[in-house]
Design a protein around this ligand. Structure first.
Ligand code: GDP
Length: 440
């Protein structure tokens, strides 16, 4: 099962729960069973699933919920929070510090994508104006230095390695020394991997770590590793001070469960994901955004960042989103801002409720937004401010008034619900916080 299937299965389970009229223990149990099955098929370890189900049950106390509370919404939010928790160990992600050399050591099994990710990371920071350098401390695999040299040259990044010296500790130490003297701000050391975890590899890694004293050890893990992930990540974590994770090959048919187990085993955050073989194919990782996209909610933080390029920080609609209030009027204002971005084909998938509309391409997305804006133009002030509900009859008259198909009115209101569902999420880690974050 690929990651997309995991998202679909969990979304369907949540939708099935939303469609039931009575919410009781049985509904919650059925939902948890479905969510558990989906995670299990994605290779998430059973222990983690059991723990997650327990956390959800502990948080949902149906008998203590006051009448009138929106139970379905609370349950959805709890499931969402717990999914995020699986991917977020709650420790801050490593960030290099300006004005000093930041030494980063890469570890992982052979073939995980270490050397490729070393170059990607160096290139990522180079593009942001950091002085970066790469060191090849893999003296075990023939051709490792050649590969690093090739990648570094392609990315225009200084590198160090040796064909003669066979002691990886010496090579790592020398490389770091040279680049520290040269004033490099980020020095990335690639170490060797083996096909299997062997004692020699771990001993060598420990010695390199002691010698170069890295500011961060990054564990590189192939996303398709599956059930073996937990054990493997634990083995690395107990040998060296793993501080961050990069998950590679997320562009493939990955089940993704390995990533979740890797986080649990190392208690380290995923900082980047590799999404292709090429140097720019590295994306910053954010658990909230990831889960949000997985469940088809769109990428609000990406969207806010984009919107911020064109709207002033004190815009009323951004303020409303940040405060968790979101009306059709705010949505109309957002759409108008989004249209200013020009063609939105690159960007349409970030909009909640629109990420499942593959039929919208290029200009079609812009036309759709314009149509929505026109429909909202036909609404009354009270409707725009959420003070008057829009029933079926009114939907038909809005269709007539705006000259659009009634289906589009329905789509628009569904879209609004998708937005509202995300933005209205309160509490730590909620989407109102996300909007806050983005508007800072
Ligand atoms: P290492 O042995 O851990 O250093 O692994 P390499 O960096 O040599 O990568 C092993 C293979 O995985 C190479 O063919 C890479 O091109 C490929 N690879 C690495 N990262 C990614 C990724 O994010 N996506 C895809 N599709 N391939 C990747």
């Amino acid at each position: 099962m690929v990651l997309g299937d995991l998202g679909n299965q969990i979304s369907s389970a949540l939708a099935a729960m939303s469609n039931t009229t009575i919410i009781n223990e049985e509904t919650v149990n059925n939902l948890l069973k479905e969510v558990g099955n989906a995670l299990s098929k994605a290779d998430v370890s059973m222990n983690l699933i059991i723990q997650m189900r327990k956390n959800i049950k502990d948080k949902i106390k149906l008998d203590q919920m006051a009448a009138g509370l929106n139970k379905k919404k609370i349950i959805r939010e709890v499931v969402f929070e717990e999914l995020i928790k699986l991917l977020d160990p709650g420790v801050p992600a490593w960030k290099p510090v300006k004005g000093k050399p930041n030494v980063v050591m890469f570890v992982g099994l052979q073939g995980a994508g270490k050397t490729t990710s070393v170059t990607k990371l160096a290139f990522f920071y180079k593009s942001k104006g950091w002085n970066t350098a790469m060191v090849c401390a893999d003296t075990f695999r023939a051709g490792a230095f050649d590969q690093l040299r090739h990648n570094a040259t392609k990315a225009g990044i200084p590198y160090y390695g040796s064909e003669e010296v066979k002691d990886p500790v010496m090579v790592a130490k020398k490389g770091v020394e040279i680049f520290k003297k040269e004033g490099a701000e980020i020095i990335i050391v690639d170490t060797s991997g083996r096909h299997k975890q062997d004692n020699e590899l771990f001993e060598e890694m420990k010695q390199i770590e002691t010698s170069i004293k890295p500011d961060n050890v990054i564990f590189v893990m192939d996303s398709s590793i599956g059930q073996a992930a937990y054990e493997q990540a634990t083995a690395f974590k107990t040998s060296v001070k793993v501080g961050s994770i990069i998950i590679t090959k997320m562009d493939g048919n990955s089940k993704g469960g390995g990533a979740i187990s890797g986080v649990a085993a190392t208690k380290s955050p995923i900082i980047f994901i590799g999404t292709g073989e090429h140097i720019p194919n590295l994306e910053l990782f954010n658990a909230q955004t990831f889960v949000s996209k997985l469940l088809g909610y769109g990428d609000l933080s990406g969207m806010f960042n984009k919107i911020q390029e064109v709207i002033p920080e004190d815009s009323q609609s951004l303020k409303e989103i940040a405060s968790g209030k979101f009306t059709l009027r705010s949505m109309q204002a957002q759409f108008q801002q989004i249209l200013k971005l020009g063609p939105i084909d690159q960007f349409i998938g970030m909009i909640p409720g629109m990420n499942n509309m593959p039929q919208l391409q290029g200009n079609e997305g812009n036309l759709k937004l314009k149509a929505y804006i026109n429909i909202m133009d036909s609404m009354s002030e009270k409707e725009l401010d959420g003070k008057k509900p829009i029933n079926q009859k009114r939907m038909l008259s809005l269709a007539q008034g705006s000259g659009r198909h009634p289906r589009e009115i329905y789509e628009l209101l569904e879209q609004y619900k998708a937005f509202e569902k995300m933005i209205g999420t309160k509490g730590p880690g909620g989407f109102s916080n996300l909007a806050n974050m983005a508007s800072k």
